[in-house]
Write a protein that binds this ligand. Structure first.
Ligand code: FAD
Length: 404
């Protein structure tokens, strides 16, 4: 299963697997350089919100779950809470009130208020095996898949009484059963539902790939790739691997659409001359690759007679996924869960909410918040790193087969 490369068109896109593979190493290299620059490595996040859906005790006491935050004094002045609250909060901001907090409702996700949370240096907190598993992580994934129940909004967690998820029917809390009920690949009726499932399953597969790519060898204390882990979690389910490619194309399309905006963005703050040059250079190359390969046609979605209702539902469900991240019981997993769901939500907003006029950097300088730009590029980096890891696993598989 590890040797069977997907070939031909990537379903629902105008791109094929071979094209993505032919550009991935260059893309990964450029994104790797980009996410190490000051603009893209500092991410402000509130990691300590209550789980709004059930009582979650943070169970992961493992050292590898912990994250290191950055003192705000180390952060450029214009990104500190005080300056950001003046600059970034739009006048007509759309605040939603939740138990204990407010969050900005940004189409496909809830963004933390810019004055809350801590800065994290993402480059010092790599997403890898942390030991977080068991009922807590299982329940989070179940809740995320449950949001795929379109047209049955009473099944969405958002419509359940606060902290009442435990009372949901068993069929909804069992991912295998829930999945077989809702797996939309069989459902030709609703392309949007299939897209939603591919996004979530691809994100899950990508996170699993990172865990397997950097697994802790408890004997030597080294971080090593674990082929068996990758085979059982991803490669033995070929569609999961395919959905990582799908997400990559989706995000590339968003970056391509944002080309002019991202080229005109001011990445100067705090960067030295060299860092600024690296940022601009890497961003230009990523945009070029995205323009050539991000061939996803967003106009085929949300077109039918109930398009507006469906889009509203899609947004609500994806926003819910971003809230479910507050239920992840391991700091580092929650951090990367938030970065990646915010990144995907930003891509969805760019694809489904913005016309060419909105994307014009001259007419819409504050199109995206800094956090959204950082999350989008880091999420794309994560997907390309997964595809990079897949190549390594294929090589390991070949070597292991030759040895037999
Ligand atoms: P899980 O990955 O928990 O999957 C649960 C069930 O979902 C599986 O039994 C299977 O039926 C189904 N499933 C699995 N993959 C897919 C797929 N791609 N598509 C459809 N269905 C699928 N752990 C870490 O070590 N490091 C991290 O950084 C990390 N980050 C996380 C971030 C989030 C948001 C969450 C929810 C969890 C994170 N975890 C992390 C935990 C990790 O994802 C797993 O839950 C854990 O390793 C246990 O894995 P598992 O093999 O039991 O199956």
């Amino acid at each position: 299963s590890c040797q069977q490369k997907p070939t031909g068109p990537i379903e629902m896109t105008m791109c094929d697997y071979e094209t993505v593979e032919s550009v991935n190493e260059e893309l990964y290299e450029q994104l790797h350089a980009l996410v190490r620059t000051p603009f893209f490595k500092y991410f402000r996040v509130d990691l300590y919100r209550d789980c709004p859906f059930w009582d979650e005790n943070i169970l992961c006491v493992n050292e590898d779950c912990r994250i290191v935050t950055v003192d705000e004094n180390e952060i450029p002045v214009n990104w500190r809470a005080e300056s950001l609250s003046k600059l970034e909060q739009p006048q007509d901001e759309n605040l939603s009130e939740f138990p204990g907090c407010y969050q900005r409702n940004s189409d496909f996700c809830y963004l933390d208020d810019v004055t809350e949370g801590d800065y994290v240096d993402l480059s010092l907190n790599p997403e890898r095996f942390t030991g977080y598993n068991g009922p807590s992580s299982r329940r989070v994934w179940e809740a995320i898949y449950q949001e795929n129940c379109f047209g049955q909004s009473e099944l969405s967690l958002m419509n359940q009484p606060y902290k009442a998820a435990a009372s949901l029917p068993d069929t909804l809390l069992d991912p295998l059963r829930a999945q077989s009920n809702i797996d939309p690949v069989e459902d030709q009726q609703c392309v949007e539902k299939r897209v939603y499932y591919k996004i979530i399953s691809g994100l899950h597969a990508s996170i699993s790939t990172h865990i397997c790519y950097e697994m802790l060898n408890k004997t030597t204390g080294e971080w090593v790739p674990d082929l068996q882990c990758f085979v059982s979690r991803v490669a033995s389910h070929p569609e999961r691997l395919q959905y990582i490619y799908f997400n990559t194309v989706l995000l590339l399309r968003a970056v391509a659409r944002l080309g002019s905006y991202l080229s005109a963005y001011d990445y100067c703050a705090s960067a030295t001359h060299d860092e600024h040059t690296i940022t601009i250079d890497a961003m230009r190359k990523v945009i070029d690759i995205a323009t050539a390969t991000g061939k996803f046609d967003e106009t085929v979605l949300f077109r039918g007679s109930n398009a507006d209702v469906l889009k509203q539902e899609f947004k609500e469900h994806f926003r819910n996924v971003t809230r479910i991240m507050d239920c992840v019981g391991c700091d580092k997993c929650r951090l990367w869960g938030k970065v990646q769901t915010t990144g995907v939500a930003t891509a969805l907003k760019v694809l489904f909410e913005m016309d060419e006029k909105a994307l014009d950097p001259k007419s819409n300088v504050h199109l995206l918040s800094r956090g959204e730009v950082v999350a989008l590029m880091n999420a794309l980096h994560r997907f390309t790193e997964s595809l990079h890891a897949v190549e390594l696993f294929r090589m390991m598989w070949r070597e292991a087969s030759e040895d037999e």
